[in-house]
Design a protein around this ligand. Sequence first.
Ligand SMILES: Cc1cc2nc3c(=O)[nH]c(=O)nc-3n(C[C@H](O)[C@H](O)[C@H](O)COP(=O)(O)OP(=O)(O)OC[C@H]3O[C@@H](n4cnc5c(N)ncnc54)[C@H](O)[C@@H]3O)c2cc1C
Length: 491
Amino acid sequence: MFTFAVFICLIPLGFCKPLQTRDSQSLFNVTCHHIARVISSASAVYYPGSPQFISDIEHWAPSSTQVSACSVEPGTVKDVAAIVNVLARSTTPFSIQSGGHATSVGFSSTLGVAINLVRLNSMAYDPTSRTVTIGTGQTWSDLFQKLEPLELNVAGGRMGGVGVGGLALGGGYSWLSNRHGLTIDTITALELVLPNSTVVHVTPSSAPELFFGLRGGFNNFGIVTKITMRAYKQGPVWGGVLSFDADKVEAVNAALAKFSASNTDPDGNCLFNFFWSNGVLIAGTLQLFYNGPEPPSGLFSEFLSIPHTSKDLGTRSFLNFTKALSVVNPLKPTHLRVAFSSVSMPHIAVPVLKDIIQQGQYYSRPGVFSTQPFVSFAVEPFYWKSMVRPRDDAAYPHDVFVNPLNLFFGWPNATEDAAASSAIKGAGANITQALINNGQDLTGTVLYPNYALGDATIESLYGANVPALKALRSKYDPKGVFLRTGGYKFI
Ligand SMILES: Cc1cc2nc3c(=O)[nH]c(=O)nc-3n(C[C@H](O)[C@H](O)[C@H](O)COP(=O)(O)OP(=O)(O)OC[C@H]3O[C@@H](n4cnc5c(N)ncnc54)[C@H](O)[C@@H]3O)c2cc1C
């Protein structure tokens, strides 16, 4: 007789508590042992207690980690297919993890079988097509390391530690986006293990429906083992970080709004983080990027003229530029529970930025949390001309231009998950209202799936593409095998 693990969502943030029985545990173990028997020596299964198991299930945010029955590291696509075949014949839940940066528990974690793609870390450059084909289990930093000696780059993650798999299958806002679009806009082919365990090479001509669905659709259609992306010549870049005291943030806001409205240089880009604690705006950090050894004079002058508390700007390799950023970005939250959420901003306007400051202040104030939270919102101005594609081009629709706003809440105690849920939702709703009050038209806009809350509806993320995505999922996963792995599901 089979017994299933039953999940009770205590609060609508994705923090689900399992009601796991001894029967379900032993069932999961049977699946682990079955997988161990069918994989080759290029792959391995690990169990709780082994250091490799711990590293396999670990996530960027500890609140996204779950202790699974075993972890599996497939080393070949054939072994990925063998694993999917075993899972399809079982009822065991499973997870697919690339860089483990999903902040919603269950999206790449499980109590069943945790598939960690870390061994899928290949990189091959094809000079004829000017593309690189990359394994989806590596981090962007590992990839940038491999590309640097070839003087090449791809439109990948802005912070190195993020995984290739999640970022590339969810959209991908990159330092190269103002010139080349989202990561998904630069993908030319994918290698996919379907839920029925067959391996398919997906291109716009060989499998147009899957090519559409995978670019934004995460794990709904199977496990992507390789991605082929356009590669670009990469020389030295200019950029780094400026830090500001709270009393300078208004001046930065004015510069941000101006940059967002007037920049037409696809090689220039920036990102601004506000930081609050205990109801007080404590600081702001500005990341500046120019894809060339020096920015044209005037491009960033407004920002550079504001008195700052620290400055680390200069000409450096792209790899060193991303390393410089990791110093100031929200550090790995080793002791915090974390939730991300998103708001889509057609325009970055000063009155809205003022409201954003108020929201950060309000929701980080004493009383919302009994312990000190860490709250940071990131404003990301992009160049609209490079960022729009026809709606039916990819699962993540980006036919209507928006700048994604990332809301980051961190808090120490699980007892405050409900408070965090209502704070992050409250802030998102109030900022959306501020956009409307500012006269901005949100028609046809969607939220960015890679930043959205775990319980965001698929309609809010995929808009008018939802019916096509639902039909595609039922076509390629009629038995619902991949409904046993977490994430936004096209049902
Ligand atoms: C510090 C930090 C910096 C970030 N910077 C950026 C940024 O610059 N730009 C941006 O756009 N986003 C950024 N993000 C958001 C990031 O894109 C998402 O969190 C993304 O999903 C993480 O990918 P991952 O592979 O690390 O995560 P994972 O947790 O491993 O995976 C995320 C989801 O993708 C699925 N998945 C992963 N690999 C595969 C695969 N091969 N086949 C099928 N499904 C798969 C997983 O099952 C899971 O549901 C950032 C997040 C953090 C925490």
